[in-house]
Design a protein around this ligand. Structure first.
Ligand SMILES: Nc1ncnc2c1ncn2[C@@H]1O[C@H](COP(=O)(O)OP(=O)(O)OP(=O)(O)O)[C@@H](O)[C@H]1O
Ligand SMILES: [Mg+2]
Length: 239
């Protein structure tokens, strides 16, 4: 099931002055959009706001026909929204299998066994690790557990905050390949990334945030070719 995400005029923060202001972006059904920007730009705050983990002061967040702004996080999961946070995204002392199970608590899929098989087909590396505590896995494998857990509720939209942070180049490639596999399943993906070049290469659209505001949006290709983007985010060299 695919649904468009439409964020419009979104302002949010943590109780003080707004951290993000008047943010608008659309992710077409089944597409991958990447949010880029300097440290502290408000990228994580944007994802957290969509997942109802901040105080939203203005704007709307629509998934398909449904307004999400004002819903609690616990209500968002059954509506088809899943999120993988930037840090501490697995339960280290629980096994991989148990971590995947946690993904079903807020919104049990109709056929949990079938969903689990689908998730393990996407992340075959996890098959022989199912009984291991997630904390014993490598960073890349833990990221797969976190992504797998997020997919266990059969989401329409997945929010991913820096899925490749701290990973070796080999795992980084693997995670980006997995994102393309997830795209093939029709799930809409909104992710934050620091690895701008690779992210723009796989993304349909990119959105650059600066100081909590929209700075520039375009297709992955357009942003890869943009002079400012190259200078600020791609090390100034040709793609
Ligand atoms: N829980 C919080 N309470 C108060 N302020 C916060 C909180 N989390 C983040 N902030 C502030 O919000 C601003 C934006 O932070 P945010 O984490 O959204 O940035 P980011 O773009 O994700 O940065 P990074 O690239 O470092 O992950 C920062 O000034 C930060 O200090
Ligand atoms: Mg962040």
């Amino acid at each position: 099931m695919t649904e468009q995400l439409a964020v419009s005029g979104l302002s949010a923060g943590y109780g003080g002055p707004p951290i993000i202001e008047d943010i608008s972006l659309t992710v077409e059904a089944g597409e991958i959009a990447v949010v880029l920007g300097p440290n502290g730009a408000g990228k994580s705050t944007l994802l957290k706001s969509i997942f109802a983990l901040t105080a939203v002061s203005a704007g709307s967040i629509r998934l398909g026909e449904r307004e999400l702004a004002g819903c609690k996080t616990s209500a968002l999961v059954p509506l088809g929204v899943s999120a993988v946070p930037q840090n501490k995204n697995v339960f280290a002392s629980m096994t991989v299998d148990e971590n995947l199970d946690v993904g079903t608590y807020a919104a049990p899929p109709p056929d949990q066994k079938a969903t689990r098989e689908k998730v393990l087909a996407l992340f075959p590396d996890l098959r022989d690790k199912l009984k291991q505590p997630a904390g014993e896995l490598s960073g890349g494998q833990r990221q797969m557990v976190a992504m797998g857990r997020a997919l266990m509720s059969e989401p329409k939209l997945v929010l991913l905050d820096e899925p490749t942070a701290g990973l070796s180049p080999a795992y980084l490639e693997r995670i980006f390949d997995l994102l393309l596999d997830i795209r093939k399943t029709g799930i809409t993906v909104l992710m934050v990334e620091q690895n701008a070049r690779q992210a723009l290469q796989i993304a349909d659209h990119g959105h650059i945030l600066v100081n909590g505001r929209n700075h520039l949006s375009g297709t992955g290709e357009e942003l890869l070719a943009d002079e400012d983007v190259r200078r600020l985010f791609l090390g100034g060299t040709a793609a």
